[in-house]
Ligand binder design. Structure first.
Ligand SMILES: Nc1ncnc2c1ncn2[C@@H]1O[C@H](COP(=O)(O)OP(=O)(O)OP(=O)(O)O)[C@@H](O)[C@H]1O
Length: 261
């Protein structure tokens, strides 16, 4: 009898072959900074509803990959398609439209320290979506705070929150625009192991609630285990392994199994 893991992997493979199911497709992506060739040959596919983890040590090009996807960095060679559209070929307005579908959670959470939580969360609604109706704005803010489990923090200042709470608010700030794709840049960095686990669990809960597809870049193995349907291991600008946590845990490749020791 096939175990659950085999069935899930088979479903992921079948889903990958169906183009309608693909939300991000990256082929042979290359990026250098002067003579520092950071991305040598990046290939990845993100399917609808999937959580894809990119695991890699420091300096391997994880953040550069994400920044290329959101159009913050230009790539030199290769193809990068989001919802079937080549990012490099988009006009500014088209790129803006695509960016609205991408939620990028920065490592820092990117909160404004001089604004309350309510103001931090209202800001994207008024600035990006040009919403004006205060009662609608308040409702959206309350709903997203409820989703991240922090309804009581609405009138607090970011400086009065713990690291884990700030992460949750950062997440809420990204989610309030209801992106179809979430890009997490090291979501558990700087958190203790218990809080990290809570944030990883929250990522899972939010996928269900908001129906997002996500790329999660991390070097936190516990986060990869909880959140990753599929894991890619990045090493020196290329992916050297792909599989479920259970697959990769058994890898004979020293560069892969060194993560699991
Ligand atoms: N804007 C930039 N200009 C020049 N070099 C850069 C720039 N951004 C990144 N790099 C270089 O690219 C390489 C990969 O950086 P990147 O931040 O993607 O690593 P990472 O895998 O995300 O590591 P970490 O886990 O430490 O964040 C590093 O050598 C870095 O110095």
């Amino acid at each position: 009898m096939q175990d659950e893991l085999t069935i899930e992997t088979k479903q992921a493979t079948e889903a990958k072959t169906d183009d309608n199911n693909i939300v991000i497709k990256v082929e042979h992506l290359q990026k250098s900074f002067e003579d520092n060739k950071v991305l040598k040959d990046i290939n990845l596919t993100l399917c609808k509803g999937e959580n894809l983890v990119v695991l890699g040590r420091s300096g391997q090009g994880k953040s550069v990959t994400i920044q290329c996807i959101v159009g913050l960095l230009d790539y030199d060679e290769g193809s990068l398609k989001v919802f079937g559209k080549e990012i490099k070929e988009l006009l500014e307005d088209e790129l803006k439209e695509i960016r609205l579908k991408l939620g990028f959670l920065f490592q820092s959470g990117a909160l404004y320290d001089s604004m309350t939580v309510r103001e931090n969360l209202s800001f994207p609604l008024t600035r990006v979506l040009k919403m004006k109706d205060d009662s609608k704005i308040n409702q959206e803010v309350e709903d997203v705070l409820d989703a991240v489990g922090l309804k009581d923090a609405i009138d607090k200042m970011p400086g009065d929150l713990s690291g884990g709470m700030r992460k949750r608010i950062g997440l809420a700030r990204t989610l309030i625009l209801k992106p179809a794709i979430m890009l997490y840049d090291e979501p558990t960095t700087g958190l203790d192991p218990i809080t990290s686990k809570e944030i990883s669990q929250l990522i899972m809960d939010l996928r269900k609630k908001y129906q997002t597809s996500s790329i999660i870049i991390t070097h936190d193995l516990a986060c990869a285990k909880i959140t990753g349907d599929r894991i890619l291991v990045l090493h020196e600008g290329k992916f050297i392994a792909e599989g479920s946590y259970k697959d990769l845990e058994k890898s004979q490749d020293e560069r892969v199994n060194s993560f699991f020791k």
